[in-house]
Design a protein around this ligand. Structure first.
Ligand code: ARG
Length: 477
């Protein structure tokens, strides 16, 4: 009984089955470094306001560091009897320091302690995901420089639509991941608020200095309402949402590249180091990494759902349900970080099959919309131009040729106003070159985009970037 920090009021020992059921140390031990940091700052504040002496504070900080080393060296014994990481570390302190160790929990509850540990942990996790997202963005930018001249078919409804430059495609993903990074920064702002000092739920009658703790732990502000702070898990849910959206973006990309690397499309060759084979069909080279990136999105969405349902209908303030927040949080972080760390090299190393792409560029009338806009520039109302080009596409389809191979006579049968200049916008190459609008696939606009991303991500200019192939050769891949 006396093993538990709540010994006094209890006259019965905890049932073993209850210990097993209620423990969280099997997963929350990964908060140990943040818990120790949080405790050291708390002790320093207690000394500053005179609730413990400087010497006691010194002993506590030293002993905490000793516990940290013991955990890191793998010599620390965790057991379900001590429930969670917070109780383990406090017990280790009491074992070392006796009554001095028993003072650390002054003006503190595990409710504000676990919340603070989590805020510190999420803050670090956000920074790691942000760095991994930046690495993926850099991979897209490097690819874009290498694929600058390649024209791809752009799709809507997965039907060939209009031509786009390959870097335009790649930089579209840079934008999505940039918005994810902005969402992370926003979530970090709300995460980086100190909850310690709200104690169990109502605050404390002891003369603590919360700002001192906030400064030591580099929090930007203090949670303003103790009831709210001890129940608030919004920051975890927000982070889990951003992770789910990152996973969605990765999943959409993975699906696209799985498709593009099929025999049917044949646009892309995936590096073999990122594929696996079949145990029965000797010829198979399967895109398993991309498939798992797509598949793991399910668990990240599941984790977000779990968290949302977890807090639904919880009365103020702390409820033990909240212990269930950690596993989905950790799992979403681990999963998305692993996906991002594989995405970056895969993006850099995959090779476009330029010959196969070029061979089919004149299929699908990618220049039809450009031709329509050419007619609009010559004074046709849009609806009329749309109809005229529709007729031309029908005529060309019947003959089995692209628009550019229709003779001027054939073109004039649909629109007598046409002259030789129409050939300047026909054909996929011409069609791409004809774009002009801001943010479009116009070559000059794509160059501007590329330059903007280079500056944002601190990547050297075109001439200084090694083409993807050379970088790969160097790595011996
Ligand atoms: N292991 C608990 C959790 O993660 C720590 C807080 C426990 N607080 C309490 N009043 N039982 O939520």
């Amino acid at each position: 009984m006396s093993d538990k920090p709540w010994g006094g009021v209890f006259s019965e020992a905890t049932d073993r089955r209850v210990e097993k059921f209620t423990e969280s140390v099997s997963f929350d031990r990964r908060l140990y470094a943040h818990d120790i940091r949080c405790s050291a700052a708390h002790a320093q504040m207690l000394a500053k306001v005179g609730l413990i002496t400087d010497d006691e504070c010194h002993q506590i900080v030293q002993a905490l560091d000793d516990v940290r080393q013991q955990i890191e060296q793998g010599h620390f014994a965790f057991s379900v009897e001590l429930e969670d990481v917070h109780m383990h570390i406090e017990r280790a302190l009491v074992d070392r320091l006796g009554d001095v160790g028993r003072k650390l929990h002054t003006a503190r509850s595990r409710n504000d302690q676990v919340s603070t540990d989590l805020r510190l942990w999420v803050r670090d996790a956000i920074d790691q995901i942000d760095a991994a997202l930046a690495a993926v963005q850099r991979a897209w930018v490097v690819r874009s420089a290498g694929d600058r001249e390649v024209i791809l078919a752009g799709y809507t409804h997965l039907r060939r639509a209009q031509p786009v430059l390959a870097p335009h495609y790649w930089l579209a993903y840079c934008e999505k991941f940039q918005r994810d990074r902005e969402r992370l920064a926003d979530c970090r702002r709300r995460t980086n608020v100190l909850s310690l000092g709200t104690a169990a739920l109502a605050g404390t009658t002891l003369p603590i200095d919360r700002q001192e703790v906030a400064d030591r732990l580099q929090f930007d502000g203090l949670a303003g309402n103790s009831l709210d702070a001890s129940s608030d898990r919004d920051f975890i849910i927000e982070f889990a949402f951003v992770l789910a959206l990152v996973a969605e973006h990765l999943s959409a990309w993975a699906e696209e590249w799985i498709l593009w690397s099929t025999t049917e499309f044949d646009f892309l060759r995936l590096p073999q180091a990122f594929c696996t084979g079949s145990s029965i069909m000797p010829q198979k080279i399967n895109p398993d990494v991309l498939e798992l990136i797509r598949g793991k999105t399910a668990r990240v969405i599941g984790n977000l759902t779990r968290l949302l349902v977890l807090v639904k209908g919880l009365p103020l303030a702390y409820n033990r349900d909240l212990q269930e927040d950690k596993e989905p949080l950790f799992d979403s972080f681990d999963t998305v970080l692993a996906c991002l760390e594989l995405a970056a090299p895969l993006i850099e190393q995959a090779q476009l099959n330029r010959t196969a792409i070029a061979a089919r560029l004149e299929e699908g009338f990618l220049d039809a919309t450009t031709l329509m806009e050419y007619l609009i520039r010559r004074g046709r109302p849009q609806r009329t131009a749309h109809d005229l080009v529709g007729n031309l596409v029908r005529a060309a389809s019947e003959r089995g040729v692209p628009l550019a191979q229709l003779s001027l006579e054939e073109l004039r049968q649909c629109d007598p106003d046409l002259d030789e200049s129409v050939y300047q916008v026909l054909g996929t190459q011409n069609a791409v070159a004809a774009f002009v609008s801001f943010g479009s696939t116009a070559p000059a606009e794509v160059d501007k985009q590329l330059e903007r991303w280079r500056q944002k991500l601190g990547i050297p200019g075109n001439d200084q970037i090694e083409p993807a192939e050379t970088a790969q050769d160097k790595l011996g891949l």
